[in-house]
Design a protein. Structure first.
Length: 162
């Protein structure tokens, strides 16, 4: 009987966490083009699916990734941990999405205020710039003449001083 010791258990979780982090980075890259209010909840759901554990042995307090337990129990039709793993996934998803919604509701008015301040500052800067301009003739040319072109750059040769 081959029993997994504590070091093997921690090593397996470490390898899974590393692989799940890589999958999460791929999900971030795949959802990067999306609209922000769709992209962020999808990333939260992917993180929950990848990182939520479920208990597999209550006596020894052994945990495993809920998505792995669900997939293996459904694929091989063994064990009765499917419903427990799915309920754990649903519970973690509700908690994570609830926290995300609270975060988004707090962030929303802050960003609206920031955008309004930036727009007001840009408007004020444009007004100051318009006030600082020297007198320019009106767009309608009273005498029917074309405006003079800007002076051409000088092509004179510059000699170095010795």
């Amino acid at each position: 009987m081959n029993v997994m010791n504590e070091n093997d258990y921690l090593l397996a979780w470490g390898l899974y966490a590393f692989a799940a982090f890589g999958c999460l980075m791929v999900a971030f890259k795949l959802t990067g083009w999306m609209w922000r209010w769709l992209r962020e909840p999808l990333r939260v759901i992917v993180a929950v699916v990848l990182f939520s554990p479920t208990i597999i042995d209550p006596v020894k307090e052994k945990f495993a990734p809920a998505v792995a337990i669900t997939a293996l129990d459904l694929a091989f039709k063994v064990g009765s941990n499917v419903w427990r793993a799915l309920s754990d996934l649903a519970m973690y998803a509700m908690i994570a999405l609830g926290v995300y919604i609270v975060f988004a509701l707090i962030r929303w008015p802050i960003e609206r205020g920031r955008r309004a301040r930036v727009a007001l500052a840009a408007e004020q800067a444009a007004a100051v710039k318009a006030d600082d301009q020297p007198y320019a003739p009106a767009d309608d040319n009273r005498y029917g003449r074309k405006p003079a072109p800007p002076p051409a750059p000088s092509r004179a040769r510059v000699e170095p001083r010795l």
